[in-house]
Design a binder for this molecule. Structure first.
Ligand code: ATP
Ligand code: MG
Length: 324
């Protein structure tokens, strides 16, 4: 593929189911060899976008090129260049990990010897060598997700779509999945992933697009998005009302929840600013019951760009307020 051609190029993508508008004019551009994160809450349209870009369903309108091929006129060429790990596992629980991989190898007509070789290589790469002979239904969630991704890679795709690769995984499994994704990209693969977590997009992505009710409400690097959402703060909880009242005078810019005896002090979470805050607390001899650091999350980004917190699919917000 010519590196001046984007791996994925989307203009004016529309999709409706009946009278429900699911994707309302999406533009995306993903450079080759990068990670692009489509970030959004439940029902935002993430899976629908992945299904369209990976030729599983058709768009109503839009110009879409994947791996330089026009999705509409040449879906076969697109299919040959991509791999998809769906939101829900494609793993067959009644087969072993190895058999699942060999089944994929058969689909790609790799041939018996080559199929076994590729399966063994992927099992080792995904830390499943030992588990390879066991039925996949005995795997943990993290192991199943790794096998799922390994199956996507059997055909050595240049572009992969990962729909919520770490939802439901424990922190350790998430980190190992992140590491595997980084290694793929280091090998030249382009990744478009979806996620509900700003921290995941922040960890992995070169570019993030925030999807809300089928519209992109923000797009940029992780740094640009976090700058949009200055939601970082320190939360201070107090036991005694007198203590809380005094703290309110010492920290007059803090947001306050008088019922919960909680102050929210705007803070970027750096060691420097944290130390300064602790010094003020010490100087005033305040008794703080609990201190927590809140880093900006998806809710803060949504609040910054839409003026409202994340809403789920069941809420009808088609008539969105235009004022912030
Ligand atoms: N086959 C379908 N028929 C009708 N409506 C659908 C269909 N698939 C998706 N939708 C609707 O499209 C909207 C977007 O769904 P989609 O699955 O793309 O969201 P998502 O961002 O992937 O959400 P989640 O985080 O829950 O996976 C939802 O309102 C959903 O109900
Ligand atoms: Mg989804």
């Amino acid at each position: 593929m010519n590196s001046s051609i984007p791996a994925i190029d989307v203009r004016g993508l529309h999709k409706s189911y009946g009278d429900k508008l699911v994707l309302d004019g999406i533009d995306l551009n993903v450079a080759e060899g990068t990670i692009f994160a489509l970030l959004g809450p439940n029902g935002a349209g993430k899976t629908t976008a992945v299904q369209i870009l990976s030729t599983l369903i058709t768009a109503d309108a839009g110009e879409i090129r994947v791996a330089g091929h026009d999705l509409h006129s040449d879906p076969e060429a697109v299919r040959a260049a991509i791999g998809v790990t769906g939101q829900f596992s494609a793993v067959d629980g009644l087969l072993t990990g190895e058999e699942n991989l060999i089944m994929m190898a058969d689909l790609y007509h790799l041939g018996r010897g080559e199929g076994r070789r590729r399966a063994a290589e992927l099992l080792a790469q995904f830390d499943l060598a030992e588990a390879g002979k066991k039925l996949a239904m005995t795997y943990s969630g993290g192991m199943k997700r790794r096998l799922d991704l390994a199956m996507t890679l059997v055909g050595s795709p240049r572009i992969i779509f990962l729909d919520e690769p770490t939802t439901g995984l424990d922190p350790r499994s998430r980190h190992s999945m992140w590491q595997l994704i980084r290694e793929l990209v280091a090998g030249g693969v382009t990744v478009l992933l979806t996620t509900q977590y700003l921290d995941e997009a922040d960890q992995l992505a070169d570019q993030i697009a925030v999807l809300d009710h089928g519209k992109l409400v923000a797009q940029g690097t992780p740094e640009q998005l976090k700058r949009l959402a200055p939601g970082g703060h320190i939360r201070l909880r107090f036991n005694a009302p007198e203590e809380f009242a005094l703290a309110g005078q010492v920290l007059p810019t803090a947001g306050r929840d008088d019922d919960a005896l909680v102050l929210q002090v705007p803070n970027d979470g750096s060691v420097h600013s944290l130390r300064a805050l602790l010094a003020r607390i010490d100087d005033a001899s305040l008794e703080v019951d609990e201190l927590t650091v809140h880093t900006p999350d998806l809710d803060d980004v949504f609040f910054a760009v839409t003026g409202q917190p994340t809403t789920n699919a069941t809420t009808d917000t088609d008539e969105k307020a235009t004022s912030k």
